[in-house]
Every structure is written in C-alpha cells, then in structure tokens.
Design a protein. Sequence first.
Lengths: 883, 236
Amino acid sequence: MLKLAWKYMRYYRSQTLAILVSIFLTASLLSGISSLIYSSQRNDLANHKNIYGDWHYYVETDRELYESVQSGEKGGGYLLERCGKMEIRDVAMEEFLICFIHTDETYRQMAHRDLLEGDLPVKDNEIAADGFVLSNLGFSGNLGDPLRIGDKDYTVTGILRSEWAASTSEMEVFVSDSFAGRGSQTFLYLGFDEDVKLYRQLDSFLQEHGLSSADVVNNEEVTQYLGGEEPAGIYETVRFGLTEEEGNFTYIVLKLQSDYNLAYHGMILLLCLFSIFVVYSVFNISVAKRTSEYGILQTLGVSEGQLCGTLLLELWILFITGYPLGCFLGNGILSLVYRKFSGVFGGRSTVGAAGNGLPAADQTLAEGTGTIRFDLSWDAMIFGFLFLLTALAAAVFLVIRSLKAQSLKKVMSGDTSFTKRRKIYALRPVNMAGVVVRKFMFANKRKVIGILLSLSIGGCIFLCTTYMVENLKIHAELSLKSDDGLGSEYRISLKSNSLNDTIPKAAADKIKNMPETERVYAAKYTLGEVTQIEELEWDSYFDDQNTEDYFAERYGGICLPQADGTYKIKYDVYGYDDELLGQLDEFVLEGTADPETLRAENKIIAVALMDGQGNYYFYGKKPGDTIRVRVPQKDNYTDELLKFQSGSENYIEKEFEIAAIVSRPLAREQGFLQEGSYRDALMTGLIMTNEQMEENFGIIDYSFINASPAEAMDANEVSNRILQVIRDIPKAVLQDYTAAIETQKNYLRQQQIFFSSIAVILLVISLLHIANSMNHTILTRRREYGIIRAMGITDIGFYKMVLQTGILYGVLADVLICLVYNHILRRIMDYYMAHVLQFLHVQTEVPNRILLGIMALNVVIAAAAVMFPARKLMKETIISEIT
Amino acid sequence: MSILELQNVEKIYGEKANRVNALRDINLLVEEGEFAAIVGTSGSGKSTLLNLIGGLDSPTKGKIFVKNREIGSLSRKELTIFRRRNIGFVFQNYSLMPVLNVYDNVALPVTFDRGRHINRKYIEELLQELGIWDKRRKYPSELSGGQQQRVAIARALVNKPHVLLCDEPTGNLDSATTIEVMGLLKASCRKYGQTILMVTHNEAIAQTCDRVIHIEDGRIVTGKRIYPVKGGDGAC
C-alpha cells in the first residue's frame, strides 16, 4: 500500500503538490491566527495586569494572618506564588482623600508602584508618592522638599510609578514602617499559580485560613483570563439561553465567551473547518482524476480497505510533511509582523470599550508601555493536527464510499446525472457554443453549487472583514469621543464630588480664547433625579447599583420605587454648548438634537439605557413625551442633598419634553455617579444646552472642559498655559491625553491593516482553491472540448467559449456573494456587532470601490482560472483529447 | 479527378529509444466519390493515416492535398475552417456531446461558422434518412450504439463535406447494426456525392467498399487485391 501510495504521489505530481500546498497554507493560517489570538489574549492579560495590578484577589485580614501568610505558601489545593501586604496606617481629608499606606516590596511589584526616583521613606515623617498625587498636592518637584498634608509637614523622599486608575479620588501616600498612624487596616494581595484554575485555589486558601468569600475582592479584569470564577456548564448555558425568557442567542455567546473563551476556541474550530474544506475539496478533485483507475484496481481485486489505506497513507504522508512546515511558516511570519502590529493585540480598548472601567486613552497608555510578546498556541496546533488528521481519515472514508456507489461502467460512460430537458436549441438562431457552455456548467447542480460556494467564500470573508473594519473604525472614533470627551487631548476637571466645586465661567472663557487651544468644549453638570417613571420594563436593570454601598450611602440608592408605583431615578444632568450638541447627531437613536429647538422650546435629550446585549431603552418613552427632573438648589447646598430626601424647598423640579434619545452622552463627568470603579455602571444622563442649565437651574459655572491644542502648537506649551489658568481653581486638575490619543489612532490604523491583511490571505487561499476547482472543471470536460475542436471550432472560438464559462461563473458567484452577504452575513454581522461587540451605531457600508473591486476580481479570477487549463488543452492534440 | 493525394507521408512518434515510425513513405491518390476502406492490423497505422488526412495531426514528412490544397501549408485557423467545411468525421466511440440532444448534436458544427444559416430542412432530411428523426429530443445516453453512430454520421454530414473520414464506425456495433450503418454510409456517399475513407480491421466489411487499402507496419501494402471503383462513374 505504501508503495502504491508513493507511486501515485509521484505520478500525479501537480495534484500532490496542490494538496501539499493547501495543507501547508491552511496550517500556516490555522497556527498563525491561533497564535495571534492567543498572544493577543496573553498581552491583554499583561496589559490588564499593568492597569489593574498583577494580583488576583485581595482580602482584609487580622494582623496575625497578615503576618503569617508568606509568598510561596503551598496548601491543600493552592499555591500562593506571591502575597503582597498593604496596611493603611492613616487617612487625611484634604481636597482629596489621602491614604497613608505601608507596603512590602511584593505589593509594590504587584501594583506596579515601582520607585522611579529617590528612595523609599525610612523615617516617620518621610513619604513617597507618584507624580500625579504629588503634583495635585502642590509638590515643588524637588526630592527632599517638604510637603504639607493636613496639618503636618512631610519630606518627600521618592517618586513612584503612577497607578493606572489614577482618576479615583483616593490618593495613596507611601510611608515607612516607623510611621505611626491613627489606625491599621491590613490587606493581603494574593497571586496564585496561574496554571491552575484560580477559583479552586482561592476556595482552598479561604478554607485553610477560615476566611469568608464575602471578604474577598476579585481583580476581575485580570482573573477573567485565568478562571477566576467557576464557569457554568455549556449545556446549562445553552439551555438557559434557549428556554428562559431572559436568555437569548447573545446571552449564550457572551456567557460562553466569558466562561470558555469562545473567541479563541471558536476561531480555532472555524479555522479547522475552513482548512478541512479546502484540503478536502483539493483532495476530492485529485481523486476524481483517478476514479477510473481506482475502478480498475477494484476490478483487479484490490479491496476497498486496501484502497482506503492507500489513499489514507498518501494523505497522511502529505499532511505530516505539510502541517509542521505550515505551522513553522505561519508562526514565523506572524511573529515577525506581530510587533509591528502591537496595537492590534490589546484590542479591547476600542472593541470592548463599553464595558471597561477606564477611559480608552488610559488603556492605550498602559499598552504603550508593555513589551509585546508573541506566544505560540500549542493547544491550537495540537488540536488542529489531531482534528485534521481525523477529518482527513473521514474524508478518505467518504471518497471510498462515493467510489463504491459508482460502477466502472458508469465512470467510463461519463456524466449522465444532469437534467435532460427536451428543448431543441438549434430550432432558433442561437449560439450553440454558449448552449454547450451553459449545459456543461449546469449539468450537475451539486458541482455548480460547490464551485460557486468556493468562488464566493473568499469574497464573502473579505467583505465581512471590510464591513467589520469600517464599523470598527467608526465605533472606535465614537467610542473615543464618548469615553474621554470627544477625543480631546486635554481635560480639565475637578477632583471633587461636590456640586459646590466648579470651574468659573471666566476661567473657561480664558481657555476658550487662548490662541494655543481650539475645539474647547465647556460642560456644566449637576446631579438630578428623574421622577414619576411609570414603566420599568427592565426591572432588574438597577438591582446591582441599588445594592452598591457607595450609591446607597452617598445617593440614597439609584432607582427608588415609590408608594404610587412610580420610580425615582438618579441622573447625570449635563449642559453642553452648541458645537458639542451638534456632535451628538452621530449618537441619536430617535428624534433630533438641535440646540436651537432645545433652547426655544426648553426640550431635553435623554441618554438611553443599554443592556449587556446592546439593546437600548428609555422607559418606553419617545421624543415628544415628557419627564420630570429634580436637581438640588445651589443655595444652602450640602452633599446630603444628593440623596434627594430633603425638603422640596431644596430642589428645583421641572418638566421637560424629550427632543431626542441618544445612545451615549459625549463629554462626561468622571465623579459622582461615574466615580472610579463605578464608571459606566450607570449610563443615565440628560442633556440640555448650557443656557438651559442656567435658566432652569441657575448653574453658571462649568464642571469640566475638553480642549484640543491649536494646529502646530507644542503640547508642553499648551498644557503649561492651561495649568497657569487653572492653578488658582481649587481641586482643578489637568489630564493630558495627547500621547494616548496618538497611540490610539496608530493602533486603530494597525488594526485596520492587520484585519484587512488576514482577509486578503483568506482570499488568496480561496483563490488558489478556485483555480484548482476551475482547472478540474475544465479538464474533466477535455473529451467534450476535444470533440468540439474536432468538429471545427477555431482556437479563438474555443477560448471565447471557455472564457464565457469563466465569466458566467464569476458573475454568478458575484450574485451569490451579493445575496449571501446582504441577506445573511450582514445581518449576522450587524447582530454580532450591535449585541455582542456592542458597537455604537452599526451603519457604515463597505465602500463601493471595494464591493465593485471584489466583484470584478471574482470575474477576473474565474476567467483567468479557466483560461489556464484552456491553454493547456489547446497545446494538446485533438486526438489525445478525444481518445 | 482526385480529391485526396498523399505524397511521401511519414509520421514518427517519440524520440531516440522511444521512436516509433507510425507511417512511412505513404503515397496515395483517392478519386472523388470513392468509398475506400483502410484495412490493417491493430497498430499498423491506419487510424494515424486517417487523422493526418483529417488534419487532426500533422505529418513528420511529406505532403497531403485535399481538394488540391496542401493542408500542411494552412495556418491553424485556416486548417480548422477548411476541415469544418470539407471534412466530416465519424469515430468508433461516436464522440457525441453528452449534454446535447440528438438534434443539437447534429446542428452543432454548423453554428461554428458565424452567421451561417442552419438548414433545418436538411437536418430533418438527414435524420429522417438515418431513421432517428423521432429520437431528435433524446440524449446520447438514451440511445443504442447503432442509433448513436447514426447521430454521429448525421453530424458528420451536416456541413455537406466533400470527404467523410470514418474511424472504425462499426467497431462497437453488432453485426446487424453494422450492416445497417454500412448501408447508410453508402447511401449517403451516393446521394451527396461524397468521398469516404473508412478505417476498419474487418476484412469482410472492407470487401463491400469500392477499394481496400492495406496497411502493415505503417506502409501501404501493394500485393493485396485491390477492388476497382464500382460502376465506373465514381458512385458507390
């Protein structure tokens, strides 16, 4: 059998090569893409560790346990590789809440609070902190200089790396062990062995030390990659999604993604299926060429088993040769380009921005510092190897089964399976060559469908990818706008959660009028309460927020049911200027956001609630409906008023007509309801003009300002000028996103290039497959073409006839692409982008030039693919073709 | 008047050790309206001779004249058109287009001449004559061997060629059908004044023709009995 297999491989060299190349290319693609996704997820993990800390859980403990637990501790079922210790010794209430903490080296490593400059504090009056904290506390910048916090002076001995989540109102100041504070709260930061599921190790650790799971805080952004929580069963997930009212397809997808890394495993499976499709069809064509020989071998007494063995050996030899080489090539090339496309692989900053606690720009900062590593996905390569090895055996089995169904006589008598229409074409003036072409093409519908599918698959993949990339671009732009405020380079805000703290109008005007700035958007803010909400279809929407201590203690809860059956819900209320309102158009779901109308008719814009699956909702209200809004009075304001439980004389209540409902606000407050880790927990917002804020609620000053540098302005100069203006405004801080935005844009470009390149590679593979299929289609008709030549068709006539076939295939494939893409794939993509990826406003079309390009390319490829075998046929003598 | 002339024709296949002299020093003159049989053992070169005459293959040496035109001097395109208009082929395996019905198979060669009118009356006459008019909507796979060969003959005759080349036209047929097909060829030859060259390995069938040309080892063997043209007027 081995000898026979070897002989066949050598004799049918071109077919052997075609199978080898198809295995080689698909293995490259499979291994390369899998490694890319794997590396990307590893880098995501690394980035998230950078942002959120390289620890898995932290737990508050008593001092005894705090002292006894050490890094490297091994217990029954867990390995605590690293254990960081952090103790809060004191707190001070300045403009900001300042925590005096004492930590060990492991904690500083885990939290990425490395010492950048100077020394760690040793004496009780020495402190170290990061640049962000020090600059906001008014530090001179020279180490050794004193800094006053509260009523005490400290000496700054060192500067530490800033924490990524520096937007919180809590600031950390590092103190020495000799610092004696007014209290002590001890925390253990736990880092388990990442090769074992974390949730199991945590359970064992808690059990061993008699701790309650309620005391544990999970670093979810990190542990989501490492099995931080026990996954639900697949069957249970699917069953729930299909049978329960709350479940749907999106639920299944999202749940499988979070529990089983669906993106990675699903992509491996898809690539495996694509690979087997390509390899099988090339192999099938190869076998079809020798069907009669196998028939003869069978008549000579070779058993089906032996035939099967021969084919299997042939295929496995090629597979075992081609697969490792393909993996080597795929991983090799992609590891080279990987670093060049570093921005693609921290992709969550744009794609999943809706669900992140940090602004996109903060994340890009984090990504920018990390070293991009390329990790091989051995799992995928081994799975792919075993899957394809088994699938190829199944393919051989199928081929042998189909051979069994064909008798030798049937094979020799040619294709007679076509539909025999009784129409005589020659009775009317007709191009019989054209009739023959159509008859050849449509003789066997299954074959035609197969060819058209393979012709369309590359085009469809390319169009889908382009569609995704185009929408990704728009989403990233919109997301950047709505996340950090219009993608502005500078944001001036207040580190305060009191409505008393504002940026004076005069300061805002100064910044607006500075020659160094442009596109300056000053926004007003107040916290409000929407009353008399009758319909709460999403009754569990506010459950989580209502149970949060922060919301309950500071705001008296978020959504409060009333005795009359209505609800009161806390809302961010914004005042925008006209230019900013104009940019809301891209986010409008219903109605119009026209500033003139808002002002003239005192209307309001409402931000819709969005569920985890990208559906929008605003209590069943539409533009034209009204809502009632209460906001605290400016006079006699205290934070207590934010609970909205004081007397009605302390509030202003107004009714507004809804002018429009939008999916997102633009410039957003980063305190109050959006404070720190609660950012995005609530997407409630009402928007009106700045003038309306003044007229309705008496709010004159601003809460935050977004600005961009004027063209050709030096970034440092601009930030210095802004800092000069805000220096005297209490609690005002400047955040500079210049580098982060540039990085983000660069990453977006990389993402587009990268995904388009992958689509092109898939297109090329399917083109090779098309060429092979067409070659086979023409060559299987070689006898018929020989007869036509013998009957006297000229060379040009013959080429025209074959070309007609190619063009017809191309055009039909184009029609199929249009139908499948527009009616099936686009709908799936729209659903996926809107509900799973939660893109903002899926509306961008694939550019016409790309669509037309794909159509034309398909026709050209199909035409070229038939012309090559046609030329081959023309070089042969008619006799060799018909005998 | 001769319609076909071969001068010192030689055909060699392969090179060096694989070199095969399929035909050597062939000189032949065929008169207009002659029905000649080419007889020889398997591998003697009779089919090669027919293919060279039909322009399906080219000789290594020598010249072939059909209707006083040397076909070797024609360009590829000229040769194709010349063949289409002057030579008809009937093959042993019928070589019909499986995807076309009987009528369309027969009409196919006519349509290769752009703008040429399909003489439907003539096609009907041919099919009536060959007894397959009622089968015109059938596909080759639905016909018997004899019926398929009749379709092939009709297709060969549809362009009213001057020369009809038949390569073992009865090779796949039973004896009754063989007699029937031979009768049809002769009738066609007589009716349309065509010259027919028929390759066969069946001596008995050959004997029914006007002339028998024997080929052995690629040469025309002269010592064999040669039959004169019957009737003297060239009609078969």
